[in-house]
Design a protein around this ligand. Structure first.
Ligand code: GTP
Length: 202
């Protein structure tokens, strides 16, 4: 059966952002599929199935002219029922690598939720969220009601942790966003990240 035919009450656009290697693609896949895969960096290599989903989505929204911006972006659709509503989630995964950073307001346009990801074992991925990513969000995000969620990933590597949970909580409080720690590898808290975000959007 074709999932593109499925019925839904709302279509939400969610974005994953953060430095290269923090685990954005893995967080996307561990939510939308059922296996942990070793991934290569996101460099605009859309798989055939996600290309198909992308075309359906673009046609639905009538944003064909923005297609040009989506090189360096991967894309997955997931249907969930939350809060008594059938939801179609379009989740966008960007390439964190500097040389692919061509994001503009087109990417942020219409986003209802943003997941800002850092790696609890690499401090610079945490500081870059406030130094680079939060500034870009403020610059390009036109939807003032967009809900943000800070996610500290890779908590399975507890012995290598350098960013404490308290630092995450403090940043989230200051920036006014939700916060969770998770492991895209073991799937601890992965569903919760998306669910808390979506329930807040609803
Ligand atoms: P870009 O596409 O370059 O922006 O990177 P990304 O943020 O999408 O990171 P990606 O998902 O490709 O993960 C980078 C590496 O971290 C891969 O080797 C993953 O297998 C690994 N990884 C991702 N999440 C976790 C996690 O929760 N725990 C551990 N131990 N490794 C993880």
């Amino acid at each position: 059966s074709s999932t593109s035919q499925q019925e839904f009450d709302y279509l939400f656009k969610l974005l994953l952002i953060g430095d290269s290697g923090v685990g954005k693609s893995t967080l996307l896949l561990s939510f939308t599929s059922n296996s942990f895969e070793e991934l290569s960096p996101t460099i605009g290599n859309l798989s055939i199935s996600s290309s198909y989903s992308l075309i359906i989505y673009v046609l639905e929204l009538g944003i064909v002219k923005d297609l040009i911006f989506y090189a360096g972006v991967d894309f997955k659709i997931k249907y969930v029922t939350l809060g008594g509503k059938k939801l179609k989630l379009a989740i966008w995964d960007t390439a964190g690598q500097e040389r692919f950073r061509t994001l503009t307001s087109s990417y942020y346009r219409g986003a209802q939720g943003i997941i800002m990801v850092y790696d609890v074992t690499r401090r610079e991925t945490f500081t870059n969220l406030s130094d680079i990513w939060a500034k870009e969000i403020d610059l390009y995000l036109t939807n003032q009601n967009c809900i943000k969620m800070l996610v500290g990933n890779k908590v399975d590597k507890e012995s290598e942790r350098v960013v404490s949970k308290k630092e995450g909580i403090d940043f989230a409080r200051e920036y006014g966003c939700l916060f969770l720690e998770c492991s895209a590898k073991t799937r601890v808290n992965v569903e919760q990240c998306y669910e808390e975000l979506v329930l807040k959007i609803l």
